[in-house]
Design a protein. Structure first.
Length: 251
């Protein structure tokens, strides 16, 4: 018998305890500052060298790369170690699930990763740390080492489409999972919002952990408002314990 699959959809709220503010959400820092939003909007970035210079300076100062995973990230990694099949679908680009010890292949990054760069011309990828070292060394807008093309963060910028393969994987997980936990997401942005509906339509038990109400609270089997750093470890311990119980003990 196949073990039940636990899907965790994580949004900005799971990384708040790691000191990373909400950048891209509807109320996020970028959306509230038109000048900052330009730095992460594909059209402006590609069309204006000055925007790129400022964007690299912003990346240098970004706290995302030096952040550490918190108790919630560690709890998800712990769930995997306990043998429960788990997949994470994340709206975050901080890579903290993997840093906490979760296998990279278990993480679907809807918006890409801030820890890598990609060439907009030839698609070559490299590490953000290496690119930032070049900025530190004086290159204001470091080009692709392979073809000289424009390098960007390997995140999905505003005005860019989500990777259809990534989206397909996320949909497959939403359809297949038996439990779907939406954690720290406003669930007001696609595709995250749609994935919740898909999971519920396919019979998953839906648990929402978020400080603020979401449009899916009515649909949820359980809504948890307590802080994610304590709520998620508790919920996942309970799930793991239920897994270890013999079937005969179940209601
Ligand atoms: Zn290139």
């Amino acid at each position: 018998m196949t073990k039940p699959l636990v899907a965790v959809l994580s949004g900005a709220g799971i990384s708040t305890d790691s000191g990373i503010p909400d950048y891209r959400g509807p109320q996020g820092l970028w959306r509230r500052d038109p000048e900052a939003e330009k730095l992460v909007t594909y059209e402006y970035y590609m069309g204006d060298p000055e925007i790129r210079r400022r964007s690299w300076q912003m990346r240098r100062k970004n706290r995302t790369l030096s952040a550490e995973p918190n108790a919630a990230h560690r709890a998800v990694a712990e769930l995997e170690r306990s043998g429960v099949p788990v997949r994470v679908i994340t709206q975050n680009v901080d890579g903290l699930h993997q840093l906490a010890g979760l296998s990279a292949r278990k993480v679907i990054e809807l918006h890409g990763t801030a820890r890598a760069v990609v060439c907009t011309k030839c698609g070559t990828r490299g590490s953000m740390a290496d690119a930032l070292a070049r900025v530190e060394a004086g290159e204001e807008d470091p080009p692709c080492p392979e073809c000289g093309g424009i390098l960007k963060s390997a995140t999905v910028m505003f005005g860019e489409r989500l990777d259809s393969r990534v989206l397909g994987e996320a949909l497959a997980v939403a359809k297949a999972c038996t439990v779907f936990l939406a954690v720290g997401s406003s669930l007001r942005v696609q595709p995250a919002a749609g994935l919740v509906g898909v999971a519920a339509d396919h019979g998953a038990r839906l648990v929402i952990v978020n400080a603020e109400p979401t449009p899916y609270d009515e649909l949820a089997d359980e809504v948890v408002r307590e802080p994610i750093g304590t709520a998620l470890p508790r919920l996942l311990r309970e799930l793991a314990a239920a897994e270890r119980r013999p079937r005969s003990e179940e209601g």
